[in-house]
Design a protein around this ligand. Structure first.
Ligand code: ATP
Ligand code: MG
Length: 585
């Protein structure tokens, strides 16, 4: 796909101007996650945007944990975020930082503001501060503590630091303008007392900086030039600029806002995902029905497909929502030529070829991927007893049903023409066995042109078939009702997960010996942290490997639940759309 664009997005235009004016010599961006949950597709956009810009301008990209708030941080989240950023390919080299390592500098910056008469210790309660703040239409009221002397403020702030006050008893506020039309500028709180243990600094501190004060300092310390964030911070930008100016950084960073990425009818909020995890509705933050990065990876999405998606979305200043179908489009495009196409029967029914010799097998040569010869060939065993998908046979077919039915002839994919000569049913009327005859003349690849058939169906040989579990997914949200109920809870789709336990796959999925390795090697499998579903020599399918199951979609070996002798596949995406075509075609 052609994705190279000549025109630059608005962020790049700003950077071009800054470079032309000599404001900065090199570019530095950062991704600053708060370690309070797993990253999702929206964060992926931010990561790839920041990393992409740094790369494009030959600059630096930092990963910085914004861990100034001691309440929520968890090592589990730090670890998952690190893994996700690396998996996406956003290389931060040796520039992994923690905002909590800057507490000392932040404290000194606050002292500097006090000395300049730009900050004061305030004894108002949180509620009083809110009352004094005013509204969008009315100016605020100055705190009675606003005019304390520099000496008094220095002493009180030091007392705050030394643990002499209880939580909430005193705060440090910037002294800006209580009449500012921008409420963020009305003497915002920049430090609070909180007797809490921090995951990194332990009990060293009992005062913690507020986000709006801490963030610009973190950026400035690291030499970030363009601090890219989402739109909700637009009104905070004057405060950001005030902090870097008043603290006196020589090369102040610049904040630029862009619109968050939203997916229509898809849950991204940490709050909601956390609830689904805690209530056991999903099997963890990486449940393949979610759009956390861990879940997308487990579902079988690739970093390349996510990059393509982010590129297609573009960067904008106005809020909008993108269809999940676009993400599906990207993964199909990415896997189309890269991955082998195999036959898998999801709902098997037996097919017996009455005129094929008993106890005999032949090995058919079949292309791994018709559209990409570089993937080479594989051997597919064929014999008298096969399995086909139940929906590929009908006793009484409607018009335009070209698959198998009594007296009809179809092609078995990569093999022979077979004609249905009979079938058996059980007491409940379910078809249990289909009987066919085959025509040896019609073998695929021999150039047979004697006659034509309208249908081609897939199959697997009974003797060599591998049993596997296949999971099909729908949106976890019931799209017909919208995402949220009136009480704010999620509208869940009760059939978002279908587990098929009795699927049969051709043995090439697991037996490497059956695969004739092409001269150009098969593209490196996407291996993840847990690539141990089976050792490479014995088993072809490893965790995160993906395949096309012909006519069914793309599937990925589940990294959590697969065992070498019991593979579990997640359907990444169907071939055409997420909707199943109404049967019959
Ligand atoms: P959420 O509330 O969705 O869990 P967050 O904003 O609380 O996300 P942070 O860890 O604070 O998560 O965000 C890290 C970075 O990711 C920030 O720069 C933020 O602007 C960006 N970000 C968060 N959500 C999105 C999104 N939907 N699209 C693009 N960028 C996002
Ligand atoms: Mg946040």
């Amino acid at each position: 796909m052609e994705r190279e664009t000549v025109s630059r997005n608005f962020i790049e235009q700003i950077i071009d101007t800054d470079l032309a004016e000599g404001k900065y010599e090199t570019i530095c961006t950062r991704f600053p996650p708060e370690p309070n949950g797993y990253l999702h597709i929206g964060h992926a956009k931010s990561i790839l945007l920041n990393y992409g810009i740094a790369k494009k301008y030959g600059g630096r990209f930092n990963l910085r944990f914004d861990d100034t708030n001691p309440t929520k941080e968890k090592t589990e989240f730090v670890d998952s975020i690190l893994a996700d950023v690396k998996w996406l390919g956003a290389d931060f080299e040796d520039r992994l930082f923690f905002a909590s390592n800057y507490f000392e500098q932040m404290y000194e910056a606050a002292v500097k503001l006090i000395k300049k008469g730009k900050a004061f210790v305030c004894d108002l309660s949180a509620e009083e501060i809110r009352e004094y703040r005013g509204t969008l239409t009315e100016p605020g009221k100055e705190s009675p503590y606003r005019n304390r002397s520099v000496e008094e403020n220095l002493a009180l702030f030091e007392n705050m630091k030394n643990g002499m006050y209880e939580d909430g008893a005193k705060v440090l506020r910037a002294k800006i303008d209580m009449a500012s039309p921008n409420i963020n500028m009305r003497d915002p709180v920049i430090y609070r007392v909180a007797h809490m243990t921090h995951h990194n600094t332990g009990d060293t501190w009992c005062i913690y900086p507020m986000y709006d004060f801490a963030h610009p300092i973190e950026d400035a310390i690291e030499g970030v030039t363009h601090s890219i964030c989402t739109l909700e911070f637009e009104d905070h930008r004057p405060l950001y600029d005030w902090v870097v100016r008043e603290v006196g950084y020589e090369h102040p960073p610049k904040q630029i806002e862009f619109a968050k990425l939203y997916l229509t009818n898809v849950v991204t909020g940490k709050r909601y995902i956390k609830k689904l995890v805690e209530q056991g509705i999903v099997d963890g933050w990486d449940d393949p029905r979610l759009v956390t990065i861990a879940a997308l990876k487990r579902r079988g999405f690739t970093p390349e497909s996510i990059q393509m998606f982010v590129d297609l979305c573009g960067i904008s200043k106005s809020q909008s929502s993108v269809d999940y179908a676009m993400l599906e489009y990207c993964i199909r495009e990415d896997l189309k030529l890269k991955r082998p196409r195999m036959m898998a029967v999801l709902d098997p029914v037996k097919l017996v070829i009455d005129n094929y010799p008993e106890n005999e097998m032949e090995y058919l040569d079949v292309e791994m991927n018709l559209e990409n010869p570089e993937l080479g060939m594989r051997k597919v065993p064929f014999g008298r007893e096969l399995y086909i998908d139940r929906e590929d046979f009908m006793e009484n077919p409607p018009k335009k049903y070209f698959r198998l039915f009594p007296e009809n002839e179809v092609r078995l994919m990569g093999a022979y023409f077979v004609k249905c000569v009979g079938f058996e049913k059980d007491a409940d009327g379910n078809v249990t066995e289909i009987h066919c005859t085959y025509d040896p003349e019609t073998k695929c690849g021999t150039g047979f042109t004697g006659r034509k058939v309208k249908g081609t169906i897939h199959w697997v040989a009974a003797v060599t078939a591998i049993r596997a579990t296949v999971r099909l997914y729908e949106n976890i949200i019931d799209e017909s009702k919208g995402v949220y109920n009136e009480d704010g809870s999620l509208n869940l789709n009760p059939s978002s997960l279908t587990v098929l336990n009795n699927c049969l796959l051709e043995p090439a999925f697991v037996d490497a010996k059956l695969i004739e390795k092409p001269s150009h090697s098969v593209p490196a499998a996407q291996t993840g942290a847990d690539a141990s579903a089976a050792p490479e020599t014995d088993c072809y399918a490893r965790a995160y490997d993906s395949f096309q199951f012909v006519r069914q979609g793309y599937f990925c070996v589940d990294a959590k639940d697969s065992r070498p002798d019991a593979l579990v596949f997640n359907r990444i995406v169907s071939l055409k759309s997420s909707f199943r075509l109404p049967k019959p075609e």
